[in-house]
Design a binder for this molecule. Structure first.
Ligand SMILES: NC(=O)C1=CN([C@@H]2O[C@H](COP(=O)(O)OP(=O)(O)OC[C@H]3O[C@@H](n4cnc5c(N)ncnc54)[C@H](OP(=O)(O)O)[C@@H]3O)[C@@H](O)[C@H]2O)C=CC1
Ligand SMILES: O=C(O)[C@@H]1CCC=N1
Length: 276
C-alpha cells in the first residue's frame, strides 16, 4: 500500500472512522499523524490505532504529503488560516471532509492553489460502510486522486462527481441519507409495536429487514423496482401497504425532501465561504 504521510487535522468522529478503516486495511500507523486539541481523544487514537497524535498542528503536519481536514465547518477558516504557514512541501494534497466548505475557500484560506479533494462521507463510515462522494479541484493529478481514494475507500464506497456543485446532491442523497433510513426504521418499529409486537422483536425485525433489503439490492443484478415486485403478490398484503404509500405520493415527498437538503447545502456553502 502507498506510504503517503497523512496528517489529520481534527481527530473527532469522522477522522477516527477514516483512521480505523485505514489501519484495518493495513495502512502503516506510523505514517498517520493527527492534530487534536482534546487529550482524551489523542490518547484514545494513540492507544487504539497506534497513530501519533499531537496538540500542535505543526507537529502533525511535519513531513506530511496528504492533509485531511476533519474539523467542523464553522471553524474551517480559522483552522485553515492557522495551519497555512505550517503546511510542508510545494503541493501536498488536501482532502477536506468539511460539509459545505467550497474548494476555492480552502485554497484562499491556505493562501495558495493547492490540489483539493472535497469528500462528502456519511456516518456509516464509522462502521466502514460509508457512501462517499468525491470531487477533485483542477490542480489534483491522477496520483492525487488515487491517494484520496485510498483514504476514503477505507471508510466505504467511493464515487467521483465531475462538478463541485454535485457534492450538494451527494449531501442530499447519501450525506443526509442515513437519517432518512433511520426515520423509516423508527416508523416501522413503532408500527410493529402498535400492531402488538414486543419492542425488542419490532426493533430486531426492522433492523434485519433493512439490512437484508440493502444486501439484496447491493448483490442482485435486478433493480430495486424488480426486487420490490418480487415481494408484492397480486392481491396480497404488500400491495395494500404500497398502495397507502402511493396515495401519500411517497416519491414526491422524497424528491421534495432531497431538493430541500440540496438547497440547504448550497446556502450553507455560500454562508461558509462568504460570511466568516
Ligand atoms: N457527521 C456527518 O454525518 C458528516 C460529517 N462531515 C464532516 O466531518 C467533519 C468532522 O465532523 P465530526 O468528526 O462529526 O466532528 P467532531 O466534532 O467529532 O470532530 C472534530 C474534531 O476537531 C477538533 N478540533 C477543534 N479545533 C481543532 C483545531 N484547531 N485543530 C485540530 N482539531 C480541532 C475537535 O476537538 P474539540 O471537540 O475539542 O473542539 C474535534 O475533536 C465536519 O466538517 C463535518 O461537516 C461530513 C459528512 C457527514
Ligand atoms: O445535516 C448536515 O448538515 C450534515 C451534512 C450531511 C450530514 N450531516
Amino acid at each position: 500500500m502507498s506510504n503517503a504521510k497523512i496528517a489529520f487535522i481534527g481527530g473527532g468522529n469522522m477522522a477516527t472512522s477514516l483512521i480505523a478503516g485505514l489501519v484495518a486495511d493495513g495502512y502503516a500507523a506510523q505514517d498517520i499523524r493527527v492534530s487534536e486539541p482534546n487529550p482524551e481523544r489523542r490518547n484514545a487514537l494513540q492507544a487504539r490505532y497506534g497513530v501519533h497524535a499531537f496538540a500542535e498542528s505543526a507537529k502533525a503536519l511535519a513531513g506530511a504529503d496528504t492533509i485531511v481536514l476533519c474539523v467542523k465547518p464553522q471553524i474551517a477558516r480559522q483552522v485553515c488560516t492557522a495551519i497555512a504557514a505550517e503546511i510542508p512541501g510545494e503541493t501536498p494534497l488536501v482532502v477536506s471532509i468539511m460539509a459545505g466548505v467550497p474548494e476555492q475557500a480552502i485554497q484562499d484560506w491556505l493562501g495558495r492553489p493547492l490540489p483539493i479533494v472535497r469528500a462528502m462521507p456519511n456516518t456509516p463510515s464509522m462502521v466502514q460502510t460509508g457512501a462517499i462522494g468525491l470531487h477533485a479541484s483542477p490542480e489534483v493529478d491522477a496520483e492525487g486522486r488515487n491517494r484520496a481514494e485510498t483514504i476514503l475507500r477505507a471508510a466505504g464506497l467511493v464515487r467521483w462527481v465531475a462538478d463541485e456543485d454535485k457534492i450538494d446532491a451527494v449531501t442530499a442523497i447519501s450525506g443526509s441519507g442515513p437519517a432518512y433510513f433511520f426515520l423509516f426504521m423508527e416508523a416501522l418499529e413503532e408500527a410493529g409495536i402498535a400492531l402488538g409486537l414486543d419492542a425488542e422483536t419490532a426493533r430486531l425485525l426492522t433492523i434485519q429487514t433493512a439490512l437484508g433489503a440493502a444486501k439484496m439490492a447491493m448483490e442482485s443484478d435486478a433493480p430495486p423496482s424488480r426486487l420490490r415486485e418480487q415481494v408484492t403478490s397480486p392481491g396480497g398484503t404488500t400491495e395494500r401497504a404500497l398502495g397507502v404509500f402511493a396515495d401519500a405520493d411517497l416519491r414526491a415527498l422524497v424528491a421534495g425532501a432531497t431538493a430541500a437538503a440540496r438547497d440547504r447545502a448550497k446556502a450553507l456553502s455560500k454562508t461558509l465561504s462568504e460570511d466568516q
